[in-house]
Design a protein around this ligand. Structure first.
Ligand SMILES: [Ca+2]
Ligand SMILES: [Ca+2]
Length: 288
């Protein structure tokens, strides 16, 4: 789960140096029985920075509690350091491995080409950027015998005084939000995958416009993009878009081909070469 890029493209410039928001709740959701409702959730809170250093606490809930909202749960790791240097600070807890902190951003895309009417040159905006990443390794045995549906979300308190949690963002598949504008975007980011059928018409309309699909084709393609879950069968290798997503999978090329109905099939940018062979897989941060 990558949540905080080091740089913004529009407006151009650096983002806050504080890795994770101490007031926020970060959550990884797992649906194990195919109804797009979570059966397992991992919940993360971060401390207030002390001398620039933060710590992380990871909790786990299952059953009805995993589909609900809250920051309680069984503690998996508690008060472990957020990593900021070249050396990844990894925590092992039973069968779990956990990492949170700054790393080299593994995402690759020609942002300037996208903003220039989809005229791509392979100018990868993310090649020298960092991102705050949460990486969790779980044993396959906790996922159950079936393919699972994965997504992540962030929540913030409803008011500065606290109160109920409000979902600020969520996502599973890459490049879903370009289909959405204004109120629809807010409704989508605050929504649940189980309710995503309501966005099929919006996605289909955008696909008709961008790709020249017929209405029927556009609806059929939109239905392949929703609900927004990353489906993953742990008995097979990860490969986007059929089975999860590997860090080297060219998800932007796949998105462009869908968006343009095959008229544009790539942005000429490819995967980064600083990935690690071992956990947490993301390369050292550029700015460390
Ligand atoms: Ca479920
Ligand atoms: Ca590409």
């Amino acid at each position: 789960m990558n949540v905080h890029p080091s740089a913004s493209a529009n407006p151009p410039g650096p983002t806050t140096a504080e890795p994770f928001a101490p007031e926020a709740l970060y959550e990884l959701k797992i649906d194990t029985d195919g109804d797009a409702v979570a059966d397992i959730a991992y919940r993360l809170r971060f401390s207030l920075p002390k001398g620039g250093a933060q710590t992380a606490t990871l909790r786990r809930v299952e059953g009805a509690e995993a589909a609900a909202t809250g920051d309680q749960g069984q503690i998996i790791v508690e008060g472990v350091p957020v990593s900021t240097g070249r050396e990844a600070r990894v925590t092992q807890a039973g069968d779990y491995r956990f990492f949170a902190g700054w790393r080299s951003d593994p995402f690759f895309f020609d942002v300037a080409g996208a903003l220039n009417n989809l005229q791509f040159t392979g100018d990868d905006f993310f090649a020298d950027k960092d991102v705050c990443s949460i990486v969790l390794e779980v044993p396959n045995s906790i996922l159950g015998p079936n393919a699972v549906g994965l997504w992540a979300r962030t929540l913030i308190p409803a008011t500065s005084a606290g109160g109920d949690w409000v979902q600020a963002d969520r996502g599973a598949r890459p490049s879903q939000t370009p289909f959405l504008a204004g109120e629809q975007n807010a409704a989508y980011l605050g929504g649940e995958p189980a309710d995503d059928a309501r966005f099929v018409a919006v996605f289909a309309h955008a696909l008709e416009h961008a790709g020249g699909y017929t209405p029927d084709e556009a609806t059929r393609v939109a239905e392949t993009l929703l609900p927004d879950l990353l489906r993953y069968d742990p008995t097979r290798p990860a490969s986007f878009p059929d089975n999860g997503r590997a860090l080297t999978d060219d998800v932007s090329d796949a998105f462009l081909a869908i968006l343009t109905n095959g008229k544009i099939t790539g942005d000429k940018a490819g995967p980064h070469r600083d990935l690690l062979a071992e956990f947490p897989y993301l390369g050292p941060p550029h700015n460390a």
